[in-house]
Design a binder for this molecule. Structure first.
Ligand code: TRP
Length: 336
């Protein structure tokens, strides 16, 4: 059997939150402890440009997300850990793939369609108003991330599944035209964690401003968790775990047995205040041992920078020869 290559990225648009933690960072770190695995984890800073962030915000976000991965225990000797923009072969591949991507395929991307719909609903004459090419082509850059390292498994949230499917479409078309050069990936979606709900019950996302940052101090963390939306059931009244954001977040962290135990407490009518306390303690216990290391890295970004340089050097040992092979396949070749 051929070995799987796991790859996932986090867009550098804000402070890392517990959705990033349970969805990408925690499983990624666990996988990095097994030497049989081949793992690529990266900071998708080129993707963040599609959201036209403030340069200072994106720079700070890159540091925070990298420091979070490292502080929480990523073994960078057993994983490729790099910044997307340090791998020039990725934008190079993006352009090659762009020439094999049907415009119609991009028209169907959910994120693009949602923006068009918003324009139409607000009565704009131009359905493409405010939509940059980077947003429109976002799935092609993501395809390049994935295909650059022959990834076979891509752990992502449900909202990103379409992008991985588009990657397959693009790769298939490429291979059909130029020969078997690219490897078709598949999305890996963990239903317990892949789309974590935020404070207001919608998907936890920087764009909704409803996140729980991983490395807040204890007081802030408690305050934030106390704000999670519940319903008006009184203590003692049996509660439904379905549609309970508190339960969803707890389940994303806890073991099966702990979850069973909490289900019982819901049925017995645990008070919302008590459940919030349980969740706070659970998350806090998880994060506590890494807080000091996170702070050390934030205070000395040069340590983080060195890790990223090391990661990029390792990753380019793969991407440099492979982009040559891909370029050769499309006819970009030495003349003599
Ligand atoms: N688009 C992903 C997100 O917003 C981040 C990302 C960029 C990514 N490139 C990737 C995820 C490649 C997996 C593989 O969550």
């Amino acid at each position: 059997m051929t070995q799987d290559v796991y790859l996932t990225g986090i867009t550098t648009t804000g402070t890392p939150h517990i959705g990033n933690y349970v969805g990408a960072i925690r499983p990624g770190i666990a996988a990095s402890k097994d030497p049989r695995n081949n793992n690529y984890y990266f900071l998708a800073d080129l993707h963040s440009l599609a959201k036209a962030e403030d340069p200072a915000v994106m720079h700070q976000s890159t540091l925070e997300i990298a420091a979070a991965w490292l502080a929480l225990g990523l073994d960078t000797d057993n994983a490729m850990f790099y910044r997307q923009s340090d791998i020039p072969e990725i934008p190079q591949l993006t352009w090659i793939l762009t020439s094999m991507t049907a415009k119609g395929l991009m028209n169907r991307a959910h994120s693009y369609k949602a923006m068009v719909q918003a324009n139409e609903e607000s009565g704009n004459k131009d359905p493409d108003k405010g939509i940059m090419m980077a947003l429109y082509s976002y799935p092609i850059l993501m395809a390049a991330d994935i295909l650059m390292f022959k990834s076979t498994k891509v752990p992502v949230g449900r909202d990103q599944k379409q992008h991985v499917e588009m990657t397959r479409d693009i790769a298939q078309r490429f291979n059909h035209h130029y020969g078997d050069v690219l490897v078709l990936p598949e999305a890996v979606i963990d239903d317990n964690t892949s789309v974590l709900k935020g404070l207001d019950g919608r998907k936890m996302s920087k764009s909704y401003n409803n996140t729980i940052p991983i490395f807040e101090d204890e007081k802030q963390l408690r305050k934030r968790i106390m704000k999670i939306k519940t319903n008006s059931l009184e203590p003692g009244e049996p509660k439904d775990t379905e549609d309970s954001t508190l339960f969803d977040i707890y389940r994303a962290f806890a073991t099966e047995e702990e979850v069973k135990n909490i289900e019982k407490k819901y049925a017995e009518g645990i008070a919302w205040g008590e459940m919030k306390q349980v969740l706070f303690e659970y998350i806090n216990d998880h994060i506590k041992p890494s807080r000091a290391e996170y702070q050390r890295l934030m205070d000395d970004p040069a340590i983080v920078e060195r890790e990223l340089i090391k990661g990029a050097e390792k990753a380019r040992e793969i991407s440099v020869p492979y982009i040559e092979e891909i370029s050769h396949a499309v006819g970009i070749r030495k003349l003599g």
